[in-house]
Write a protein that binds this ligand. Structure first.
Ligand SMILES: [Zn+2]
Length: 112
């Protein structure tokens, strides 16, 4: 790993403190470790833009896998990571139930 400049080291340390209480980026649980998004073994750095809060379990599972490989692996585990983006999930569920409630109401109205 290339050595960081003193500014990068400072930013990295500040960022680590900033994300310390954030949820795990993979499962949403309580973090406790800092994950290197691109693993150090794969050329990832200690710079802030390569760090993310992660729980011990997800961090170990991810190991030296690339981000994509790790997400695909986690998705296929029981109770694993849901790769559907949260905004897409939020817009799917309410529309589906509102739509079926509307058609149910319409069906009831037409029957009268
Ligand atoms: Zn996790």
């Amino acid at each position: 790993m290339a050595p960081l400049s003193s500014d990068e080291r400072k930013a990295s340390a500040e960022y680590r403190q900033l994300i310390a209480g954030d949820p795990c980026v993979y499962c949403g649980g309580v973090s406790g470790t800092v994950d290197h998004v691109t693993p150090v073994r794969r050329g990832g750095t200690d710079r802030a833009d390569n760090l993310a809060p992660a729980c011990q379990s997800c961090n170990s599972v991810k190991g030296t896998r690339s981000l994509l490989a790790a997400l695909l692996y986690m998705q296929n585990k029981p109770g694993g990571v849901n790769l559907t983006p949260p905004l897409a999930r939020r817009s799917e569920a309410p529309h589906a139930s509102a739509g079926s409630a509307r058609s149910a109401a319409r069906a009831g109205h037409d029957a009268r």
